[in-house]
Write a protein that binds this ligand. Structure first.
Ligand code: NAP
Length: 258
């Protein structure tokens, strides 16, 4: 028996990294998964691989900053699978710097960079939640999981100011959503990963000296595999977390415990 049997989930940013891992894990645990990304070739590949493994998933283009894309993916979930029980707002970006390792000063941050990070990481979560709530209400309840970061809990220059601000916004947006919709059986929680081995953070660890400095800040002394976050997201999506809402699940090897 799967931990998500009978459930239908939407996952954003599912073409690679943690999102792709969650698409796989949710489907293996019995969910029907509709997932979206802006990387259509990669997304279609994940869809094909899952289907070959006998998993029931559907990929569609989803730019999380576009409200009509959200309306379309929610409609697809309901048309194809009849309901919507879970939403993982996973898509996100950081400011990329050549070489990946340099700290990004506030004064070197452009208005355009600020707007882009806030649009995808914060507004995207708002639009996804707004589109999903009516469908979850029709299903009699649901679970929304917002992927923040340890950068949403404490400041770190190395992660850039807009990234910190966007992930902090996700943390409190989650609590406001949890409170408003609790009486309708819709739960909402945030997940705060530390350093995870995904394409987003790969270049940061290319320089061995920088990698050693970064890992020295992690009590467990390593980066995590995406599956180690996916299991936490799975828990929050499942009925095992039926009394958990407005909470922060930190999966960071001990970083913010210090
Ligand atoms: P990733 O490998 O870059 O995957 C994120 C996916 O989201 C990518 O396919 C990305 O495409 C996509 N995306 C970007 N903009 C989008 C948009 N407008 N609409 C839809 N999809 C979009 O990153 P990840 O490391 O798995 O990150 C997943 C989440 O975890 C993010 O919210 C991230 O901030 C958070 N997180 C990551 C870490 C870490 O160490 N990796 C730590 C803490 C939190 P592009 O490549 O085109 O941008």
């Amino acid at each position: 028996m799967g931990r998500l049997d009978g459930k239908v989930a939407i996952i954003s940013g599912g073409a690679r990294g943690m999102g792709a891992e969650e698409v796989n894990l949710f489907a293996k645990e019995g969910a029907k998964v509709v997932f979206g990304d802006i990387l259509d070739d990669l997304g279609q590949q994940v869809e094909a691989d899952c289907r070959e493994a006998g998993l029931d998933v559907a990929y569609t283009h989803l730019d999380v900053t576009v409200e009509s894309d959200w309306e379309a993916i929610v409609a697809l979930a309901e048309e194809r699978y009849g309901r919507l029980d879970a939403l993982v707002n996973n898509a996100g970006i950081s400011i990329s710097v050549e070489g990946g390792a340099r700290n990004i000063s506030l004064e070197d941050t452009s208005e355009e960079q600020w707007d882009r990070v806030m649009d995808i990481n914060s507004k995207g979560v708002f639009l996804g939640t707004k589109a999903a709530i009516p469908a979850m209400r029709r299903a009699g309840g649901g679970s929304i999981i917002n992927i923040s970061s340890i950068a949403g809990l404490s400041g770190a220059w190395s992660r850039s100011h807009p990234y910190n601000a966007s992930k902090g916004a996700v943390r409190l947006f989650t609590k406001a959503t949890a409170i408003q919709y609790a009486r309708e059986g819709i739960r909402c929680n945030s997940v705060h990963p530390g350093p995870i081995m995904t394409p987003m953070s790969a270049s940061t660890y290319d320089d061995p000296e920088v990698a050693a400095q970064r890992l020295a800040l992690v009590p467990l002394g390593r980066r995590a595999h995406p599956i180690e976050v996916a299991y936490g997201v799975l828990y929050l999506a499942s009925d095992e977390a039926s009394f958990v809402t407005g909470a922060e699940l930190v999966i960071d090897g001990g970083c913010v415990a210090q």
